[in-house]
Design a protein around this ligand. Structure first.
Ligand code: DAH
Length: 360
């Protein structure tokens, strides 16, 4: 085999063996680059006699032509193969459901949602939010609220008491949000218009009771607040909260040490299996307790009952959440089961607003 034929076969072999464009470029440089094998051969032509140059020159150029052709072909084959591979690797199945953005994956707990909803409703009526601690004194939880020492109502609350502290004071986990009324009256100047949502505790557990639960307290104190106002506020709240044009409410006489008169309030509804409708039907569901603030409570909080009066109410948040969103058991609320949360939770950016809709 002539030297040119040998070079051609070696170069063509190297071209077909090049696995990618970078390897192919190396082969090209090895053959046709400044110091490449074919370029060096072409450089020898200048020193040849014209006859020899004609023959040898034609042979070398033919060799070069074959090599260039093979390079071009291999390059386009490699390009096509690379593209094929990318297309295969990067195919997107557009029929698959899109993946949720991370911020959208979490869920807002129904209790948080309902607290946001009711805060939105009462804020619209001019109420601000007041807070108090979960660990409360016996004085604020009971005594200032007109529970006489040894009164059976204290027992009815199934209170969790803490160990007495060094001063002998026995604190407790607040059994209701009513002590926040006391804290508010002791620190704010009337007129007062607050709601107090928060955690409350009683030693109780079954399908509709958990040892920790949530209440929202409401308190209005001024010179003339009366039962008509109380009724209006609660009716407006129920309509807005249950997102219905009208509700029927029943005010039944009741007893709480801190209100006089005291009432329990039921709302009318109709249940169809899991469905519940308000403003119709023959069922009455108790949703809250309320009344006119007892003069003793006003006095205990440094207010003059001859000058000021007002009303208050206390409502179970968990209970109205269950009613509105159709849960039948309260216990899973606090079991942190992601499947339950995914089912009953709310999307993080669906803030409840009166204008945009409370429950999205
Ligand atoms: N604190 C009461 C309870 O937990 C609820 C309640 C009833 C609160 C009447 C009030 C009220 O403010 O006026 O059972």
């Amino acid at each position: 085999m002539s030297d040119l034929k040998l070079l051609e076969s070696q170069t063509l072999q190297a071209i077909s063996a090049a696995a990618d464009e970078a390897a192919l470029e190396n082969v090209r440089i090895g053959a046709l680059g400044k110091k490449g094998s074919i370029s060096s051969l072409l450089a020898t032509l200048g020193k040849m006699a014209p006859d020899e140059r004609r023959v040898r020159g034609a042979d070398i150029n033919l060799l070069k032509e074959h090599v260039v052709e093979a390079l071009t072909q291999r390059k386009s084959d490699l390009k096509a193969a690379a593209l094929d591979q990318r297309l295969r690797a990067e195919t997107i199945d557009i029929s698959l459901p899109s993946r949720e953005a991370p911020f959208n994956l979490g869920r807002v707990h129904p209790i948080t949602q309902v607290m946001d909803e009711l805060t939105e409703i009462f804020a619209d009526m001019g109420f601000s939010v007041a807070e108090g601690p979960d660990i409360e004194s016996d004085d604020y939880n009971f005594t200032k609220l007109n529970f006489p020492p040894g009164h059976p109502a204290r027992e009815m609350h199934d209170t969790f008491f803490l160990q007495p502290d060094s001063g002998g004071e026995r604190k407790l986990l607040r059994t209701h949000t009513s002590p926040v009324q006391v804290r508010t009256m002791l620190t704010q100047k009337p007129p007062i218009r607050v709601i107090c949502p928060g955690r409350t505790y009683r030693c109780d557990s079954d399908q509709t009771h958990t040892p920790m639960f949530h209440q929202v307290e409401g308190l209005v104190i001024d010179k003339s607040a009366h039962m008509g106002h109380l009724k209006w506020v609660l009716e407006e709240f129920c309509k807005a909260f249950f997102e219905v044009p009208s509700v029927n409410m029943r005010f039944r006489p009741s007893f709480f040490p801190f209100t006089e008169p005291s009432m329990e309030v039921d709302i009318q509804c109709r249940r169809d299996g899991h469905d519940i409708r308000f403003g119709e039907g023959s069922d009455w569901l108790e949703i809250l307790g309320c009344g006119m603030v007892h003069p003793n409570v006003l006095r205990n909080c440094g207010l003059d009952p001859d000058d000021l009066q007002g009303f208050a109410w206390g409502m179970g948040i968990d209970r109205i959440a269950m009613l509105k969103y159709g849960m039948t058991d309260l216990r899973p609320f606090f079991e942190a089961d992601v499947r339950w949360l995914n089912h009953y939770g709310f999307r993080p950016l669906d803030f409840p607003t009166l204008a945009g809709g409370l429950s999205g």
